[in-house]
Design a protein around this ligand. Sequence first.
Ligand SMILES: Cc1cc2nc3c(=O)[nH]c(=O)nc-3n(C[C@H](O)[C@H](O)[C@H](O)COP(=O)(O)OP(=O)(O)OC[C@H]3O[C@@H](n4cnc5c(N)ncnc54)[C@H](O)[C@@H]3O)c2cc1C
Length: 234
Amino acid sequence: MSSVHVREQGVWFEDASCLNTEGIPYSPYSDSQLKKIEKAGRLCYKSEHLATKESFASFIQKRIEDGHESIIEHSFLTFRYITNRAISHELVRHRLASFSQESQRYVRYSEGNERKKFQVIRPFKYFSWSAETQNEWLSTMEACFRTYSNLLNAGVQPQVARDVLPNATKTEIIISANLREWRHILALRMSKKAAPQMAQLMTATYSILYKYYPSVFYDFDNQYLSLKDVSMEL
Ligand SMILES: Cc1cc2nc3c(=O)[nH]c(=O)nc-3n(C[C@H](O)[C@H](O)[C@H](O)COP(=O)(O)OP(=O)(O)OC[C@H]3O[C@@H](n4cnc5c(N)ncnc54)[C@H](O)[C@@H]3O)c2cc1C
């Protein structure tokens, strides 16, 4: 049996207060966030008296169209990602976001430990590769992990042994950012120029954000890769 576990990427919405009992975000929370944004925005124009039960959506969309985007910084959202180390390296370049990532210094990958077993993320379009190419990739992953384990057994610390692990190594990362920064991240990372696995993750993020914050993410449709183009290959 292979010592390497190949898995898919994933995205989860992490704000407990936004989730219903099935772990799905629900709109009363996002509506309250959007009302807060409207309140902040209307303060600028002293038009608080014009706010109605539903006015937040059109008010916010209009401000974004005007370029008055700072008002959406008042809402902050958190997502958890499972991806590979290469993609996580790109994610952490977004300086206005906050991050917590699984450490390769303090986590010692080992076969006998379910939570710490060595996992790699399946490459993009892996199933379109020939069996020979898939086998070559897999045996390279196994060789890396074998060397890592041998180094640990020889007394080398995980923080040093990790040097031999591949970019495909699975990592978990929690990212929090305000809505303005999420718009910026999506604009860059759903683009056709983005790495395909990044575009997959961000398209999945967008589909959650659009569902609950349509007035903030109204202008992303059609500009970027469609869900179909980057759909996860499960
Ligand atoms: C298609 C693509 C290819 C890339 N290729 C490479 C590459 O080859 N090599 C490489 O090193 N990186 C590369 N990057 C990463 C890129 O350079 C940025 O580091 C990354 O996209 C984060 O973008 P950002 O700085 O706009 O965003 P954030 O860090 O999220 O910042 C958001 C915004 O805040 C403002 N801001 C933040 N910090 C400052 C500051 N110090 N001064 C002024 N304004 C600031 C800017 O307006 C910025 O756009 C690539 C990114 C993409 C999307």
